[in-house]
Design a protein around this ligand. Structure first.
Ligand code: PGA
Length: 262
């Protein structure tokens, strides 16, 4: 069983523009989280790399800190890349891996698998994103399920031993590409469909012996906002949400957090 707490992660993507704005947003969230953060919910934010260190200073102990990507080597001639050790040195707790916006620019399942393994081996949490494209879903949920289980199989290869030791190290985020805001005509998936897919993912992980069994939390992401978040939290199968656009305003993000608080 998971710890029963709903997990809410804000993925800031390539926002905001300046360190001052990042600090203001982080302060706005951490400062007003108050007791919410301690009662039945866990909150994390994933700012761009360049703001991680400053943001860490204002959210410590209240909100966990995530990076949006990582590289699998420890150090050396890898221009533009960031290692797990470097992330740890600025206080990062978790790393989002395999987001569809990175897959779209060429990240492969093999890359993703290397990153997941490295992050888990180093003791950080990996938030692995999976999800089908619109044309797949249009062919029925079974096609989407087959695609998602295929992603999990490839992305979680050779993680069994490390997950046996730390089953809570893995979080899966189910993010159907067609539901992510900013895409033309996107809208959130229905809570019924999400619950069905998340049950499928959990059963698949258990049956295949992949993932951390019952300890692996599975989140939903795609156009979550304060208006619809409660419907997702209302479903037992859904362990939390990964929020993009609606995590860029402290007020809106806190409303989402509140709607998960018992
Ligand atoms: P969105 O993004 O909430 O803006 O749809 C979610 C995500 O891409 O993680």
């Amino acid at each position: 069983m998971t710890n029963g707490k709903k997990l809410i992660i804000g993925n800031w993507k390539m926002n905001p523009r300046t360190g001052d704005e990042a600090l203001e947003l982080a302060r706005g969230i951490a400062g007003r989280l108050g007791d919410i953060g301690r009662s039945g919910v866990e909150v994390g934010i994933a700012p761009p790399f360049v703001f991680l260190e400053e943001v860490a200073g204002v959210i410590k102990g209240k909100v966990s800190l995530g990076a949006q990507d990582v590289f699998w080597e420890d150090e050396g001639a890898h221009t533009g890349e960031i290692s797990v050790g470097e992330l740890k040195s600025v206080g990062v707790d978790f790393v989002i891996i395999g987001h569809s916006e990175r897959r779209e620019i060429g990240e492969t399942d093999e890359d993703i698998n290397r990153k997941v393994r490295k992050v888990l081996n180093e003791g950080l949490k990996a938030v692995l994103c999976v999800g089908e494209k619109e044309d797949m879903r249009n062919n029925g949920i079974d096609i989407a399920k087959r695609f998602v289980s295929g992603e999990l199989e490839k992305d979680l290869e050779k993680t069994r031993t490390v997950l046996e030791k730390n089953p809570e190290g893995l979080v899966v985020a189910y993010e159907p590409l067609w539901a992510i805001s900013g895409k033309e005509g996107s809208e959130a998936a229905s809570p019924e469909n999400v619950a069905e897919m998340i049950s499928f993912i959990k059963n698949f992980l258990k049956a295949s012996g992949m993932g951390g069994g019952e300890k692996t939390r599975v989140l939903y992401g795609g156009s979550v906002d304060s208006g619809n978040a409660g419907e997702f939290f209302g479903r037992e199968e859904i362990d939390g949400v990964l929020v993009g656009a609606a995590s860029l305003g402290a007020e809106e993000f806190l409303k989402i957090v509140k709607s998960a608080s018992p």
